[in-house]
Each structure stands twice: as structure tokens, then as C-alpha cells.
Design a protein around this ligand. Sequence first.
Ligand SMILES: C[S@@+](CC[C@H](N)C(=O)[O-])C[C@H]1O[C@@H](n2cnc3c(N)ncnc32)[C@H](O)[C@@H]1O
Length: 342
Amino acid sequence: MAEHKNTSFSRPGGYAMPSGATQGQRKAAVDLPKADIRLYGDSAPGYTPRCRTDLTPRFHAADPDTRVYIGDCRDVLASLPARGEVDLIFADPPFNWDVPYDEWRDGMPRVEYERFTFEWLDACIEALAPHGSLWVNIPDDTAAETVVHLKRRGLTMINWCVWHFRFGQNRESSFIMSKVHALYFVRDAARRTWNADAVLEPSDRATIYSDPRTMAKATNKGMRVPMDVWYGQYWGRIQGNNKERRHLHHNQIPEVYLERVIRSCSNPGDLVLDPFLGSGTTGTVARALGRRSIGIEFSAANAESAWERIVEVGMIRTGDASDRSSAIFQPRKKRRKTPVTP
Ligand SMILES: C[S@@+](CC[C@H](N)C(=O)[O-])C[C@H]1O[C@@H](n2cnc3c(N)ncnc32)[C@H](O)[C@@H]1O
């Protein structure tokens, strides 16, 4: 059947973002906190964080200042001297999928898990500087609740990115899972830190279509800001004998993912915080890129291993992924004119 174009809009393509959509988001950030939006997790009993005046990091290094705290992130965040000063938070929480983390019990009743999610999100919001950015790595089953909660707290969504990997567990009862959501929220869209030039990649126009217009641009010829679905070489799940792999850790995130987040949303010397440090990916990349960092981890053994990675092993993929095209098609060959036979 022929496609019928909607001609009532003077913009090309049904998926082009209409002008006004971003302003709509910002307006919603003002209006939504006034609405009475109830989510399932609101009905579970709350957790009272243990505030400590003597909070000290278990591990600490200088140049740039790097700290790791051991404990429940809700307690540590409530006691943190840097509350209200953090430039960027990246959070990759336990998904409540019965993963055998060293000490954390990853199988709460759903209502408790949602409540836990809202509590650590609130603690992160309090830690953020007014211009700060919050990224959350979250799967399908809790993405919607996370988005609604952050909106009802007045944050603005800048991007809903998807991390796509091709090493999903096989199953036949439904489509195979091959993504996690990377949600990018800010406290104040007008003040956020955004370094587009720090994360450019070769555009499809340049690498596939040899489109001369992209090379005629005044700056960043042939380059573009990455799209909001993230994949490619070095973007797979960290499994088996991957050079980045830290054994005994579960759900380790690739360095290139953190590199993109940290470069785009912070500057050298800024403070980056990860409330679920795990194998230490955030701290490792932050330190390699000259950012100060705070990592919080519930398990003492995980924290120790993460620290070794941050200060001794360091970032493995430095420079490997920059300038790498994520095009999925081969370059188009120019059609040759058929020679005229005499
Ligand atoms: C999904 S993993 C994080 C993986 C990490 N992004 C990486 O690349 O290695 C979640 C981590 O959070 C820790 N954790 C779970 N609950 C916590 C809590 N309430 N406070 C702090 N850490 C917690 C777990 O022990 C686990 O190491």
C-alpha cells in the first residue's frame, strides 16, 4: 500500500521532532511536580537513611581527587559533604533480577524495589548541583517508573537513549532482550553542561553516502553527535575474555559507554558520582579523563576490586573508540555509466 504523507505539517518525515517538543518537556518539568501522581512503590514503607557526621571514604587518592565509600548509597548520599555539588551522576542499580551480588539481596518484592528505586533517585537529586546531570541505566521493567518519578520530581528529560548489545540471552517465548535504557535527565536544562564536540563520530553521510554537503560544513566536517541508540565495536556486554572484564563482577558496563556520558556531560576537574560502583567502570573512566569522582558500593569486596581497577589497572580502551563510525551499511559504490559499445 502506498504511504500517505501527512501534509498538514511543514516538516520532513514523521519522525522529525516537532518544534516545541523540547519546550513542552521543560514546561512539564514545572507542572508535573504539582500533579498527584501515585506509583506502586509509594505504598511501601520508607527507609530512614542513617546520617553520619564521621563519614570517611574507605579508599582515597589525589590528582584528581578519587574516593570510594562502602555502604548503602542511601546512607552515604545522605551524609555526603558534597551534597548539592555533584556535576554528574551515573547510576547503574541492581535490577532486582536475582543476580548473586556479593552482599546485596537482589530479589525484593516488587513494591519494595520500586520504593528503593525512588529513594536512591531522590538521594541522587539532592546530591546534584543545580546545573547537574543524572544518567540512569535501567531495563524495560523499571524504565517507565524511573522516568515518571524523575519527572514528578521536576527534572527534565534531555534524552532517552538505548544501549543496544547483541549478546542477549537466547529465549523463544518472546523477542530476545538486547537493550537497556540510558536515561539522561537534568535539574535545569538551560544550565546543563553539554560538550557535543567531545563525543563526535563520523556521520553516515560521510562514511556511506559520500555526501559532499557534510564535508562542506565550516566545522566538524563529516562528523555528527552520536544518535540516541548506542552500539558498535566495544559496545557489547562485557563477557568472557573481553579485555575489560573484571572477574567476580556482574553486569559490568563497557568503558566506551561511560566515556561518552562523562565527556559529553562534564568537564575536566568536575565531580562525577556513581552510587552503585560495581567493578568501578565510572571511577576508572572518570579518573582517566581528569574528573574527580565518588563511588559508593555496598560490598566491601567489590569496592576493593573496583579500587584496584581505578588506581592500578586504569582505562583499557583509551582512544580505541573515538572517531569510530557506527554505520551499519557498507559505503555506497558510485554507479558506473555503462560504456557505449560502438
Ligand atoms: C549493576 S552493578 C553496577 C555495575 C557497574 N556499573 C559496573 O560497570 O561494574 C550494581 C552494583 O551495586 C551494588 N549495590 C547494590 N545495592 C546497593 C546499595 N544500596 N548501595 C550501594 N551499592 C549497591 C552491588 O553490589 C553491585 O556491585
